[in-house]
Design a protein around this ligand. Structure first.
Ligand SMILES: C[S@@+](CC[C@H](N)C(=O)[O-])C[C@H]1O[C@@H](n2cnc3c(N)ncnc32)[C@H](O)[C@@H]1O
Length: 173
């Protein structure tokens, strides 16, 4: 409900004003609540996943179940800044990447030394986010602050009765 109100009215205001918006616009708020589900796509997770993927035999194929817009399928396209508790930090990833993920390391955790080589990537989702749809993006941004978008990986939607059982929503890698 809070997300729906923010989607419709933006981030606002005093409690009294917020309450008035909700009461006056309840029919609209209700229809957004009924039409949409809570949705996120948190690229920050790649800072934790990427070192594990880089330790696997390379190259790797990535298949994410519940991929949303597929942003976590791009761990090799983000820039990372790992900062240990002691000692120098380390930066990895393409310097030209528009996304830099900063990660504080706790205890004796060593910064990773390399990126995974991704040979293939795809996502499966019951309700994928189409990042070419401005309305879908606005809903995602409504629910998650400061999200940044990178070039898309292909995202598939499961489709009952189709010959392949899925349809491609996003572009090829
Ligand atoms: C909270 S989002 C997480 C997105 C992404 N994995 C991330 O970490 O940023 C969960 C996603 O899982 C999808 N989902 C939930 N149940 C699913 C299922 N049974 N099969 C495929 N996708 C599913 C939802 O549609 C949603 O896009």
């Amino acid at each position: 409900m809070l997300g729906a109100a923010r989607f419709l009215y933006g981030t606002c205001c005093s409690y009294q004003e917020f309450r008035r918006l909700l009461v006056d616009g309840w029919a609209d708020v209700r229809s957004v609540v009924l039409a949409r589900a809570t949705q996120t796509n948190e690229v920050g997770r790649c800072a934790a996943l990427m070192p594990l993927l880089a330790e696997l035999p390379q190259p790797v194929a990535l298949l994410e179940v519940g991929a949303s817009a597929g942003l976590c399928l791009l761990p090799d396209r983000y820039r990372y800044r790992y900062q240990p508790e002691r000692g120098p930090g380390r930066q990895l990833g393409p310097p030209q990447s528009p996304v830099t993920l900063t990660c504080e390391l706790r205890g004796d955790t060593e910064p990773p030394t390399g990126l995974p080589q991704v040979a293939w990537r795809a996502g499966l989702d019951l309700d994928p986010v189409d990042i070419t749809d401005p309305d879908a993006i606005r809903w995602l941004e409504t629910l998650v602050l400061l999200i940044r978008f990178a070039p898309p990986a292909p995202v598939f939607q499961e489709v009952e009765g189709s010959s392949t059982g899925r349809r491609l929503l996003g572009p090829s890698a």
